[in-house]
Design a protein around this ligand. Structure first.
Ligand code: KG4
Ligand code: ZN
Length: 364
């Protein structure tokens, strides 16, 4: 049995500066000792999206204090830790450089091993930290930069089953909000407005529904929203609410079809598995309507549905520390100090490159 191990995690790939200390008990159970996140929302909201240069500078200003705070809250000085883990991609290169260089400096100064973590692997393995989920499982990652359906076979072992061929889902929420005059980030604003809207008023397209491939497409939906809004101008509050509700409804139906097919494929490939599971991660996973759709779909298909708590769905450093712990406890070797940040870094290296895959920071 591996002894208990603890790691400091650092996350700076987009607009959240984060540091966390996570412990992996000898029995494999994970425990978050601290999880500090500083969102840069205010710095970017005036621009309606993330500005890379501003993000990088904000990471520089906040990161050292955040790391100090994470160690203090955990009651674990650096010397007592087993390793350092820092996100090294994919993401905005300026932010990645800040986090990875800080990780390297700490590793060098303390003589601890360094794990350069793929941010997407952090999302992919979170359900093992929160729920001790066993491999294999299916994961839907839906954030501002990604929309991917991934088979998670093991640590470092991923197969992409579907991805967006144009916009990421979070991006579609953000763009819809922008053209309706709602604040950034758009997802929560659209969800809020949709509550008092009629989801049936506009028949918006459901891209790729009915197709055998497991990919996604959201740019046509965004265009249809624009056309509906332009035709009605000037928009009343009720018009905005109805468009938001119709948009969310179309997304919900699209996910139901795409993910439903994904669950079928998973069943076919793993017929022996007693309790197959779908995990959802990323900022869009906070959406209650979409969560309910996926929950219902899984219940009908006999799948366990796991949606980690909101703070662990959105960007955080606990998931980066945990990904490092998974590698450490599996006996995978640490990275050398010449490891480089990578703005593109797909989880499934063999998958064909489609637009929207393996990139982050695409929020407009
Ligand atoms: O994972 P995340 O915090 O950062 C990225 O890695 O992108 O995801 C942010 C995205 C944004 O596009 C935001 O609009 C969306 O998640 N989002 C939501 C909701 N909350 C955040 N989308 C739909 N409904 C929500 N409640
Ligand atoms: Zn993320």
């Amino acid at each position: 049995m591996t002894p208990a191990q603890a790691i400091l995690g650092i996350e700076t790939s987009c607009d959240e500066t984060a540091a966390a200390v996570v412990l992996r008990h000898a029995d494999g159970r994970g425990e978050i000792l601290s999880n500090v996140v500083l969102s840069q929302l205010e710095e970017h909201s005036a621009y309606g999206g993330v500005v890379p240069e501003i993000a990088a500078r904000a990471h520089v200003e906040a990161l050292d204090t955040l790391i100090e705070e994470a160690l203090l809250q955990a009651g674990r000085p650096l010397a007592s830790l087993d390793a350092i883990a820092a996100t090294s991609g994919p993401g905005l290169i300026g932010g990645l450089i800040v986090g990875l260089m800080t990780g390297k400096a700490l590793a060098l100064a303390s003589g601890k091993p360094l794990y350069a973590v793929n941010h997407l692997e952090g999302h992919a393995l979170t359900a093992r930290l929160t729920d001790g989920l066993a491999f294999p499982y299916l994961m839907l990652l839906v954030s501002g930069g990604h929309t991917q359906l991934i088979l998670v076979r093991g640590v470092g072992d991923y197969e992409r089953w579907g991805t967006t061929i144009d916009d990421a889902l979070g991006e579609a929420f953000d763009k819809t909000a922008k053209l309706l005059g709602l604040p950034y980030p758009g997802g929560p604003a659209v969800e809020r407005a949709a509550k008092s809207g009629d989801p049936k008023r506009f028949a918006l397209p459901r891209p790729l529904v009915g197709e055998a491939r497991l990919d996604f497409s959201f740019s046509g939906l965004k265009t249809a929203v624009r056309q509906a809004a332009t035709a009605l101008e000037p928009l009343t509050d009720q018009d905005v609410a109805d468009i938001c509700a119709s948009f969310q409804h179309a997304v919900s139906r699209t996910l139901k079809d795409r993910i439903g097919r994904g669950l079928d494929r998973f069943r076919t490939e793993f017929p022996q598995l007693e309790e197959p599971a779908l995990v959802v991660a990323g900022g869009v996973a906070a959406n209650k309507v979409l969560r309910a759709t996926l929950d219902e779909l899984c219940a009908k298909a006999g799948f366990r549905f796991i949606a980690p708590p909101q703070v662990l769905c959105t960007d955080n450093a606990a998931m980066i520390a945990w990904a490092g712990l998974e590698r450490l406890s599996t006996g995978l070797s640490a990275d050398t100090l010449d490891v480089q940040p990578r703005s593109r870094w797909p989880l499934d290296q063999k998958a064909e490159t489609l637009i929207g895959f393996g990139k982050r920071g695409a929020k407009a």
